[in-house]
Design a protein around this ligand. Structure first.
Ligand code: TYM
Length: 329
């Protein structure tokens, strides 16, 4: 491999991808393709930590692949593959469960606490153990940088700890990865509750804009989005969290800076701003979906198969080393 740094990231097919996933994660990836060895995975084994309908899961795996491509991920520059097609991920996950991870690590994971709520003993072991599989995804490829949204920071930090502990015990097998989080847009919030993250698994569809929502539906969701008291268009996340979120969405999709949006809307109200944002979102989705619809299932499958071969080569070489140092075959 070249001396370029390696980045790895992924999205789990557990629901319809939102503009949060796009802004927080995918846009970073697209920019990084020129300067890094990039590996992007559809991390399907992460989706089954909660119940999934097999036919929905199959559909979403292809849809996410198409979303990567429609966003500008170029399979000639980047490896695009499906996690379950490379068994080394789950194999390394087991090894890391045993060598490098403590139950106390997993008990303090914010996402686990949020997802399990007061049912911590009644959810699947997979939901609890999920960050270890994520650590395996990352360190399997000598990844240096992991571009993710803010909610994944703690998981990447755990991957660092696990890799360090493994290396301490067995020698320098793994590269220690680092999270890369955008300054703006790393945490897009729900349109119906600015204290909650915009999530693909949200039961309330008004809270998120899916990348495959029709532009008309998306427009309505923006117009219905909650706003704060007052009327001035200023970026003030503390006192105007809902508006700050809408400004961030606008800026991320239109490329206009928040400063210039504040200037443009000086003296105008929320209604005007939302109308323009609705238009920005509709234009973005129309263009995005045009690209998405041009990609066939067959194209997506071909790209995944090609990616599987490339990823397998790297992953198998690393697993050979791991098996050797721990003393199995
Ligand atoms: P997932 O599938 O929940 O989300 C995929 C990516 O989108 C980011 N994201 C957001 N960014 C900004 N605002 C939001 N509202 C928002 N919601 C989601 C996430 O931070 C993430 O970058 N565990 C991971 C998937 C994973 C992974 C990995 C990531 C598995 N293995 C290895 C990186 C490296 C997850 O559940 O992301």
């Amino acid at each position: 491999m070249s001396h370029k740094k390696t980045i790895f990231s992924g999205i789990k097919p557990s629901g319809d991808l939102t503009i949060g996933n796009y802004i927080g994660a995918i846009t970073q990836w697209v920019e990084m393709q020129e300067e890094y060895n990039c590996i992007f995975s559809v991390v399907d084994y992460h989706a089954i930590t909660v119940k999934q309908k097999p036919e929905d899961l199959r559909r979403r795996i292809l849809d996410i692949t198409k979303i990567y491509l429609a966003s500008g991920i170029d399979p000639k520059k980047s490896i695009v593959f499906q996690q379950s097609a490379v068994p080394a991920h789950t194999e390394l996950g087991w090894v890391l469960n045993c060598c490098g991870t403590y139950i106390s690590d997993l008990k303090r994971m914010i996402q686990f606490k949020e997802k399990a709520g007061d049912k911590q003993d009644a959810v699947s072991v997979g939901l609890f153990d999920y960050p270890v599989l994520m650590a395996a995804d990352i360190i399997l490829y000598d990844t240096q940088i992991v571009p993710v949204g803010e909610d994944q920071k703690q998981h990447v930090e755990l991957a660092r700890d696990i890799a360090k502990r493994f290396n301490n015990q067995y020698g320098p097998v793994f590269v220690i990865p680092e999270a890369l989080i955008k300054k703006e847009g790393a945490r897009i919030m729900s349109l119906s509750d600015p204290m909650k993250k915009m999530a693909k698994s949200d039961d309330n569809p008004v809270g998120f804009i899916a990348l495959l929502d029709s532009p008309e539906v998306a427009r309505k969701k923006i117009m219905k989005a909650v706003t704060d008291s007052g009327s001035e268009i200023i970026y003030d996340p503390k006192n105007k969290p809902a508006l700050a979120n809408l400004l961030t969405i606008h800026s991320s999709l239109s490329g206009e800076s928040i400063k210039s949006l504040e200037k443009k809307f000086a003296g105008r109200g929320y209604g005007d701003f939302k109308k323009e944002l609705a238009e920005v979102v509709a234009v973005f989705l129309t263009d995005f979906q045009k690209k998405f619809n041009k990609i066939s299932d067959a194209d997506a499958k071909k790209i995944l198969e090609n990616g599987r071969k490339q990823a397998t080569k790297l992953a198998d070489a690393k697993m050979e080393k791991v098996r050797k140092v721990i003393g199995v075959r």
